[in-house]
Design a protein around this ligand. Structure first.
Ligand code: ADP
Ligand code: MG
Length: 252
């Protein structure tokens, strides 16, 4: 199987079922270092399951998952070690409510990566400063807007420099007015070279940030390619219908 130097994540022929329901069917893709792939597709098409398979929250039934050349689907793998190399942020902000913003960000580096508390707090403050959240450092999450909370969740996911960042519908729970600040943080991460797999319904953002768009339909990557090509000249009936439904809903 082809594997060049900078293939960060390689998925070959992945299959995943839930109770005899095939949810991911023969999914193959290669995510290169610094590349951003965006998953689009109707609700239930398998986007979250694919991301959950990658960070080992779900076991795959068949196929191959390689992270930096290492077979991470192996039974023998230390799942915590692999997960510590993969940053993940979901739709619902799961910040710890009893910890301040800065401690939310600094916790895992100390507990998982063995950093000193001082180093972790300093790096967390550097990040907060860089992304305009410095004055929130010592507040508790419930005093922040949803957009600020989600930005903190992303900073928490990147502080220990994961090999890849997985973002699953991170703006879906936000008021429209707060979505932009989260998307612009993600765009900044792209500009800095972060390797990402993103599931989103925000088509304008997907268009802008994706090196490659992947359209999932019933667990199959029905079509993929450069956003301008995929959106302007969809080939499959399924993608045409999906884009029409977005258009009709005023979302495209
Ligand atoms: P998407 O993120 O694109 O909306 P999901 O990956 O969440 O899609 O879901 C894909 C399919 O898998 C859906 O039919 C969903 O009902 C099913 N599914 C997801 N997680 C589970 C689970 N833990 N148990 C059973 N079925 C599941
Ligand atoms: Mg989902």
């Amino acid at each position: 199987m082809k594997k060049s130097q900078d293939d960060l994540l390689v998925i070959n022929n992945l299959r995943k079922s839930f109770n005899n329901d095939l949810v991911l069917d023969d999914v193959s893709l290669t995510l290169k270092e610094h590349e951003v792939k965006v998953l689009i597709g109707a609700s239930g098409s398998g986007k979250s399951t694919l991301l959950r398979c990658i960070n080992l929250l779900e076991r795959i039934d068949d196929g191959q998952l390689l992270l930096a050349g290492e077979d991470i689907a192996s039974e023998k793998i230390d799942r915590d070690r692999i997960r510590s190399q993969i940053g993940t942020v979901f739709q619902s902000f799961n910040l710890f409510p009893h910890l301040t913003v800065i401690k939310n960000i600094a916790l895992a580096p100390v507990q998982v990566h063995g950093w000193s508390k001082e180093e972790a707090m300093q790096k967390a403050m550097d990040l907060l400063e860089r992304f305009g959240l410095k004055e929130k450092a010592n507040q508790y999450p419930d005093l922040l807007s949803g957009g600020q909370q989600q930005r903190v969740a992303i900073l928490r996911a990147i502080i220990s420099k994961p090999k890849v960042l997985l973002l699953d519908e991170v703006t879906s729970a936000l008021d429209p007015i707060l979505i932009g600040e989260v998307l612009s943080l993600i765009s900044e991460l792209k500009a800095e070279g972060m390797t990402m797999m993103i599931a989103t319904h925000e088509m304008g953002f997907a268009y802008k940030v994706a090196d490659e768009l992947m359209f999932l339909h019933k667990g199959v990557i029905a079509e993929s390619g450069k956003p301008e090509k995929l959106l302007a000249k969809p080939k499959s009936k399924e993608l045409k219908e999906f884009l029409k439904s977005l258009h009709d809903a005023g979302r495209l």
